[in-house]
Design a protein around this ligand. Structure first.
Ligand SMILES: C[S@@+](CC[C@H](N)C(=O)[O-])C[C@H]1O[C@@H](n2cnc3c(N)ncnc32)[C@H](O)[C@@H]1O
Length: 188
């Protein structure tokens, strides 16, 4: 199957996906360079786990939990080819209640919500608050070109406190660059 993300195996790109990934990863990696200690990442809607695989390769003290539900079995086979030791790839379509359970259990240095917040129906504001509560920092990518963002969620917007980290090309319309932003979370 043609995947959304590039497929990454043990330090190499093995198959291009529909979506530009390397440039987006550089933005996330640059942010993570500030951590001088072990750090934790929660990737929501991890797809082929491109970001978790690369982060755990590049940062020996990085620990990732990544959630995905769609075509999970085939994606899990791909992730396993990397034999990752600091990455949990878990099958779950996360709900708001799941986020509050996760929040009661632990807290992350970084939440990744890349091109996923237009999938949360009309609960955008509640999701955003839950993600901020779950981590010190949230990096979110906004699908400003995707009509689903308008159809599903009237409140879908880039929050006013967002700091733009960069832009990357949309796969739907190559003229459009999706913003990737840093949102302050709620440090514990
Ligand atoms: C547009 S893709 C983005 C993938 C990846 N975050 C990226 O930016 O490269 C959205 C992904 O999120 C997954 N997803 C959507 N809602 C989710 C949820 N509630 N819990 C877990 N995964 C979800 C979808 O199955 C899909 O793989």
């Amino acid at each position: 199957m043609k995947t959304y993300q590039d497929q990454w195996v043990k330090g190499k790109l093995v198959e291009k996906g529909m979506r530009e990934c390397a440039g987006r990863y550089e933005i996330v990696k640059s942010f993570c360079k500030q951590f001088r200690r072990p750090f934790t990442v929660c990737d929501i809607g991890a797809n082929m786990c491109y970001f978790g695989l690369r982060l755990t390769e590049d940062f020996p003290k990085c620990y990732v939990v990544a959630f995905e539900f769609d075509k999970f079995d085939v994606r899990a086979v791909h992730v396993q080819k990397n034999n990752p030791s600091r990455l949990l790839f878990l099958k779950r379509k996360l709900s708001l209640n799941d986020l509050s359970v996760l929040n009661a259990i632990g807290h992350f240095d970084l939440i990744l919500a890349l091109s996923v917040l237009h999938h949360v129906g009309n609960k955008f504001d509640a999701w955003l608050m839950a993600l901020r509560n779950l981590g010190d920092n949230v990096i979110a990518e906004f699908a400003t070109d995707d009509s689903r963002s308008r159809r599903q969620s009237p409140d879908y917007r880039i929050p006013s406190d967002a700091q733009i980290l960069g832009y990357c090309e949309s796969h739907i319309n190559k003229q459009i660059q999706r913003p990737i932003v840093l949102l302050p979370g709620n440090p514990q």
